[in-house]
Each structure stands twice: as C-alpha cells, then as structure tokens.
Design a protein around this ligand. Structure first.
Ligand SMILES: [Zn+2]
Length: 193
C-alpha cells in the first residue's frame, strides 16, 4: 500500500528534476550564443542568410539579407539589437493613434499577404502610405507594407515587389529566426537513451 501512495510522489519528483534539467540545458544552449562577440557590428555579417519565420506557424517570410533599415523621425526610439544570427539589426518603436506601441524591423521584401487599398493617414514613414501585412499561411498580422504615397492606393503585388521604393515593417515579437527555431528542436544528449 505504501508503494501505491509513493509512486505519484516519485513521478512528481522526476518531473521536477526534468524541468530543472531542461532549464539548465536551455541556459547552456543560449548563454554562450547570447554573449558571443565578433562580427556582430558588421552589416555584412556571416549570418545574413538566416531565415526569418512567422512565429505563429513557421512560414518563411524573408531572409536576413532582406533586412533594410529605413529610419523614421516619427519613431519614439531606435536601438540596435542582435536578433538575427549575431547581425546588428535596427529596431524602431512606434505608437499608433490608439496608443499601442510596436517594435518593428524594416525589410526590403518579404513573402506576405498585403491588404490594399493603402492608407495615407497616420503613416509612421512620412511620404509613404501603408497596408496591413499578414502571414500568407496562418494570416497572423505581422506588420505593415509601405509604398510611396503618390502611388495609386491599390497596386499589383508585382509592382510592389519590383520597386526599390517599397518596404515592410514587421513587429519583432511576431517573428522568429531560423537558428533560434532549430535550437528549440535540439534534444540535449542527456535525454537520449
Ligand atoms: Zn504564420
């Protein structure tokens, strides 16, 4: 009878141990990567081909080389971050008319669904109108696409993609980098039988 009562306790203790081991593995995996010095300062770093994924579904949206800094005087703040494979990326903070703040990274191009007509009002980038940009697979709102405000409100996807005057701004926490995603799938050796 004692055995019956102590079994759940043993299972609980084992679960606790596994959680601690997972935490230790997580720290070991990520701590060295987070503090690696080196090419981080270079725009032309070695990891520019890192893929940028939709955090909700893993759809490939863009590559690291598609990141393109478009500074805006309307940004509440701007900072450098090392979000993509050790490469420095500019992150800008904006606020919409409802008081919601968004940290965004700007891209030259990306595989998204755009929702024309474009809107000229409340643009975070003066001289550009915007459309909402969603994930083509799971439809999560990823950010916004910008086109010159003297263009027609509705254009073709091809015209948007072929122009060098268009860009996109993605909300940082709706994205995932490929290297981070694959590190989540790693199985620490201690768990292998
Ligand atoms: Zn998605």
């Amino acid at each position: 009878m004692r055995y019956k009562r102590s079994l759940p306790l043993l299972v609980q203790q084992l679960e606790g141990l596994i959680i601690i081991m997972q935490y230790v593995s997580f720290v070991l995996l990520f701590y060295p990567a987070a503090y690696q010095p080196g090419e981080a300062c270079e725009e032309t770093g070695t990891s520019t081909d890192t893929l940028i994924l939709c955090r909700a579904c893993g759809h490939e949206l863009a590559a690291g080389v598609d990141i393109h800094f478009v500074p805006s005087r309307l940004a509440l703040s701007s900072r450098n971050d090392t979000l993509v494979g050790g490469r420095r990326v500019n992150v800008q903070l904006f606020e919409n008319p409802h008081g919601h703040q968004f940290e965004v990274i700007t891209f030259r191009k990306a595989d998204v669904t755009q929702h024309w007509p474009a809107d000229k009002h409340f643009s975070w980038f003066p001289g550009f109108s915007w459309t909402v940009a969603t994930c083509p697979r799971c439809r999560t709102h990823l950010g916004w696409a910008f086109q010159p405000s003297d263009w027609p409100d509705t254009i073709t996807k091809t015209r948007f993609e072929e122009s060098t005057h268009t860009f996109l701004a993605f909300i940082t926490h709706r994205l995932l980098t490929e290297d981070f995603a694959s590190s989540l799938l790693m199985t620490p050796k201690s768990f292998m039988s």
